[in-house]
Design a protein around this ligand. Structure first.
Ligand SMILES: [Zn+2]
Length: 547
């Protein structure tokens, strides 16, 4: 009797176990082995990165450099044997890049200055030598205070912020992406302790990226309300008074590194074709900026000489993504997408952000072609335009054309067919983990996949972590991998020092291997990966309702 009872309990628990894991997750160790061997012996990642960074340089929005780099990617993907490699148009307004920059302090002493025009700035009218005025925006809290400057700004160059205090050592505190805290002033390698912490289930409610963004917007609105005059009102006043240029310090970087993006008016899409051109605004290396402020505070006149030329690319409402495929076999209509943004900011050469992501995604599909596997589902690779300073327009353009459009609330033909998107946009370090997006089912699957990658350092699954915005907003799984970020590598993203020297083969080869392994397993498994986010609108979506 007792024995039978135990047998029944045993059978029952067996049933529970089998229903929790319906089919065993198959791991293709033989394929992973081939992926690793091929990449160890034949990597193209550094050579391809040199083409993107050194030859094409910064791939600013719709610039000729972006277009040439995109065409080069198409040719490279064809060489690697991918199918249907082409430029795919998406809607996008103006483009912009830098043509020429020359900035100097010429009195009371000479100093060549590291600095760049803010994205979307117009150039100057030739070479301009002008007296410099310090107008501390933080102290202009009323119209009366602003009026004190009336009639004093014509033909002047305006330094608009106070001295930006920086640490003499690399010891400042800094908060990074995802609210991570970097105690040494720059991102650190993910330690075992940090990784363990990130794997724990938090006991606070998870909020969606959209909710988080709305909260941020609300916070920014409130901050603006507290000050009598908005930053933009002060800037408009300065230019209406006839100033030559407004000059900002780089508030985040130092050692001569400059990130000149930002300063868009709230709610404005700066690439909008109907917007008038913006006047000249410059961002200078903080050390050079501060020197001029300290001289001015001693009532010694400062003069600068500047000459800036920028290009606006107007009159064509499209930009292009690069898209190519490894066609699937029996499930070819289903699609696994990998990729990263090809467009970069206008300074540096877009190495970490994001030549690294492009060449590692390219390498992943190159490996799969080269080792001759035949994935069941189609693996699509995409390199996106209009990203940094462009509102992720390229990535969103692809999602909205093929999968779903959250603005029009329309589902598209391939909404049910897309399996997942694996994005590469977080630097050249090794991939250490990925988010399970709140799904324990996903954890069960990815735990198995990772078993083939443990010895390459890819072993962790996180309960926190970013979801890819373009996919998350239409209820599709878009994964960002979590990379090691060593020394100052990630700190350099978006700066004039984000160049080839920041890249290293070890991390990028490992990334290509992990992406190839993930893409292959997603393309081979019996079922599509589970949909981890709810439908963003209309819960009862039917196949026939799809556009
Ligand atoms: Zn990026």
């Amino acid at each position: 009797m007792k024995a039978l009872w135990f047998f029944i309990i045993g059978l029952f628990s067996l049933l529970i176990v089998t229903s929790a894991v319906p089919t065993e997750e198959k791991i293709y160790y033989d394929v992973v082995q081939k992926i690793i061997e091929f990449e160890s012996e034949n990597s193209d990642v550094m050579e391809n990165a040199s083409w993107l960074c050194d030859v094409f340089g910064p791939r600013s929005l719709k610039s000729p450099a972006y277009r040439e780099a995109a065409e080069w990617c198409v040719e490279r993907l064809k060489e690697y044997g991918l199918t249907n490699a082409h430029l795919e148009p998406y809607e996008f307004g103006n483009g912009w890049d830098i043509d020429y920059v020359s900035i100097h302090m010429v009195a009371p002493r000479y100093m060549p200055i590291i600095g760049f025009p803010v994205t979307w700035s117009s150039g100057t009218k030739g070479k301009v030598r002008a007296q410099v005025i310090y107008m501390n925006i933080e102290e202009i809290t009323s119209n009366e205070k602003m009026e004190q400057y009336r009639g004093k700004l014509k033909d002047r160059i305006i330094l608009i912020s106070p001295e930006e205090k920086i640490s003499p050592h690399l010891g400042v505190e800094m908060e990074g992406r995802d609210g991570e805290y970097f105690p040494n002033g720059f991102p650190v390698t993910l330690t075992e302790e940090r990784l363990d912490e990130m794997s724990k289930i938090p006991l606070t409610p998870r909020i969606s990226p959209l909710e988080e963004e709305l909260k941020n917007q609300e916070r920014r609105r409130n901050r603006r309300k507290q000050v009598g005059l908005s930053r933009q009102e002060i800037i408009d006043f300065i230019f209406s008074e006839g100033a030559v240029a407004i000059v900002h310090p780089d508030g985040e970087h130092y050692y001569g590194s400059v990130a000149p993006s930002g300063y868009a008016r709230s709610g404005e899409k700066p690439w909008d074709e109907n917007l008038p051109p913006k006047p000249t605004e410059l961002v200078l290396a903080v050390e050079h900026y501060n020197r001029m402020i300290r001289i001015l505070e001693k009532d010694i006149p400062v003069e600068m000489e500047i000459e800036v030329r920028t290009n606006f690319y107007r009159g064509d409402s499209h930009d292009f993504n690069v898209v190519a495929e490894i066609p699937g076999t029996d499930l070819a209509h289903e699609i696994v997408v990998v990729g990263g943004h090809l467009q970069s900011v206008s300074v540096g050469t877009g190495a970490i952000d994001n030549a690294a992501g492009v060449v590692t995604s390219m390498e992943a599909v190159r490996i799969l072609k080269a080792i001759g596997v035949k994935p069941r589902r189609t693996i699509r690779v995409g390199f996106w335009g209009g990203h940094d300073g462009g509102g992720l327009a390229g990535n969103r353009g692809h999602v909205r054309k093929h999968f779903a459009d959250p603005i029009k609330k329309e589902y598209k033909k391939d909404y049910h067919n897309v399996v997942a998107y694996f994005d590469q946009d977080t630097g050249p370090g090794r991939i250490r983990g990925v988010s399970i997006m709140g799904s324990e089912e996903m954890r069960a699957i990815l735990t198995e996949w990772n078993k083939s990658l443990h010895n390459l350092g890819m072993a962790h699954l996180f309960t926190s972590g970013a979801y890819h915005e373009a996919y998350a907003e239409v209820g599709l799984p878009g994964f960002y991998f979590k990379h090691d970020r060593s020394e100052m590598d990630d700190w350099n993203a978006h700066t004039s020092m984000d160049v080839y020297e920041r890249l290293f083969a070890d991390g990028m080869q490992q990334t290509a291997i992990v992406v190839a392994t993930y893409a292959y397993h997603a393309a081979m498994r019996e079922e599509k990966l589970p949909r981890v986010s709810p439908l963003p609108w209309k819960d009862d979506l039917k196949e026939e309702e799809i556009q």
